[in-house]
Ligand binder design. Sequence first.
Ligand code: SF4
Length: 442
Amino acid sequence: MISTKGAPKVGFVSLGCPKATVDSERILTQLRAEGYGLAPDYQGADLVVINTCGFIDAAVEESLEAIGEALAENGRVIVTGCLGARAELVREAHPEVLAVTGPHAYQAVMDAVHTHLPPRQDPFTSLLPPQGVKLTPHHYAYVKISEGCNHRCSFCIIPSLRGDLVSRPIGQVLEEAGRLVEAGVRELLIVSQDTSAYGLDLRYRPDFWQGRPLKTDLEHLARALGDLPAWVRLHYVYPYPSVDALIPLMAEGLILPYLDMPLQHGSPKVLAAMRRPAATERVLERLTRWREVCPELTVRSTFIVGFPGETAADFELLLDFLRAARLDRVGCFAYSPVQGAAANALPDPVPEAVKEERLARFMEVQAHISRAKLAQRVGQRLTVLVDEVEEDRVLARSYADAPDIDGSVIIAGAWDLDPGDFIEVTVTGAEDHDLWAEPVDD
Ligand code: SF4
């Protein structure tokens, strides 16, 4: 353990999505690199940095509350992250904050920390563990491959907060992934706002990795990541034609046969009002073709019901889509307006009671599909990654389960295993979200 005794100490509160978590990890890594200590509570901190989320109104509330709590408990607070892009809102609620910086403004946060809490004169760069500082358990890690987004979905304010797509050169991403795997990471979770668009802004310009040129695009990235001894899971992939090239890589076992693909609706009219990048017909066709190439493909998606202008007929189209697509894992939200989003100006809002009723019907239809799909797994042999070892059971995940958002594979009993171990199991039972399994004895 490296000592940071006597070092100025920063408290850190990380709110929001996995992309915000990656930002937090980067800031924490930089703080440690410069010799700052990290305080586990408000009292032990010389100041507190809060990485906020500003995506929906509830997240804004939560962020403002967290800032208020830190001010009450510690008094010296720097605000960064998505809500930081709306500095006036933060300052209006909490005029005493020391500084407000926007999303992925690492240098601005560090400048603010330097101003209000100067670093030790001679920072020990060796304080930095080679894999950086991570907020996720040590056996999996999020890798952000780009910032921002070129789409302008009408319900979303991310492009106005984070700007247009900026991809990281492929060499940089692979370098980070390689370091993480060397440090013991067993699963890499690839995140961005629009993973399928990776490299578009760079015109897929080649970059160097291990002395060889590689095109900065998703297929080359997936192939190179697939050579690392770790699971590779893709999140936030849109069904562009370029995704077709990834499915054979999944069938070959280079990357996990798993796609997290936010589809949002099944009615072409609603998708057009949402200004979403993909049309329903093509998605169904693609899914069928993908499953032919890679039958074990697991698809997770999210949807919104009650978008302005959604009629009963649109909602039925959505349910038809759901029944036809037979997705494995699905999340659904009742539409709620986000301050600053273009969709707020759309006519025909759906009454709250109707939204709730549609949400319940949607979940009922999907629960049926998910349950049937999980039940098919009983008797199958799966490789699972151990997440947690408890006294009387082990929680693990298969290729079909992303951490935090999907289910678990539960192994009853006490086993001599550690988080990060891969083991073979046979599935013995299925519930609505989780599977039960026994280790294979061979
Ligand atoms: S694809 Fe749409 S929802 Fe996703 S970040 Fe871009 S604008 Fe927002």
